[in-house]
Ligand binder design. Structure first.
Ligand code: MTE
Ligand code: MO
Length: 199
């Protein structure tokens, strides 16, 4: 199954209409990392979902690659104001990882190799809007951009898309991650320009 950005279906949208307020378009793909780039070989990678009751489900690289794969073309928006149109990814929908999971938790903390964290509502990871992405523009995702695999949540500012993701923890309340604790907005909707807490 393939999903397309708004530019590809329905009423044609000009690129200007696809640019959230205060953003500028870029052709390059900037690297933004708060620390050194962890080197995680695919064979050593695993991904774990932990419920609020401490139950876990894990996937090795091989198991993740055996799940149904999706191609996605989407725009991404960094809070530092660059936006990049029509980025092409391949990965597994979060719906697949959460399928049949019993939870009453409303929030998720994404944990990365290297220690980065970010938090968001569980609902934003469901409904075909978020992926564990391992391929960018037809090539294995580079370590700088979060390879072997990263979270991809393109409808929120890109700091929510945790690189080198290793797991998701379900929490009853919002538990602010790295940038959220540093004063960034808890939700981060680019269309409402939710850059900082209080925006
Ligand atoms: N693990 C981890 N994930 C991260 C970050 C980080 O520092 N560490 N930076 C975030 C920010 S602020 C942005 S804008 C994007 C940048 O992704 P890129 O380097 O692939 O452009 O990754 C997000 N995910
Ligand atoms: Mo960012």
């Amino acid at each position: 199954m393939t999903s397309f950005s708004p530019g590809f279906r329905g009423r044609p949208h000009s690129l200007a209409q696809r640019l959230p307020p205060g953003q500028y378009p870029t052709e390059s793909f900037p690297v933004l990392s708060a620390g050194p780039t962890p080197r995680v070989p695919a064979e050593a990678w695993s991904f774990t979902v932990t419920t609020e009751r401490g139950e876990t489900r894990s996937w090795t690289w091989e198991q993740m690659m055996a799940l149904p794969q999706q191609d996605t073309v989407t725009d991404i928006h960094c809070v530092t104001r660059w936006s990049k149109f029509d980025t092409r990814w391949r990965g597994v929908s979060l719906d697949v990882f959460f399928d049949g999971l019993e939870t009453t938790a409303g929030y998720v903390v994404a944990d990365s190799y290297g220690g980065y964290t970010t938090s968001l509502p569980l609902a934003d990871l469901l409904g075909g809007r978020a992926w564990i992405a391992h391929t960018y523009d037809g090539y294995a995702l580079s370590p700088e951009h979060g390879g072997p695999a990263r979270l991809l949540v393109p409808h929120l500012y890109f700091w929510k898309s945790a690189k080198w993701v290793r797991g998701l923890r379900l929490t009853p309340e919002d538990d602010p991650g790295f940038w959220e604790s540093a004063g960034y907005h808890p939700y981060g909707d680019p269309w409402r320009e939710q850059r900082h807490r209080g925006d």
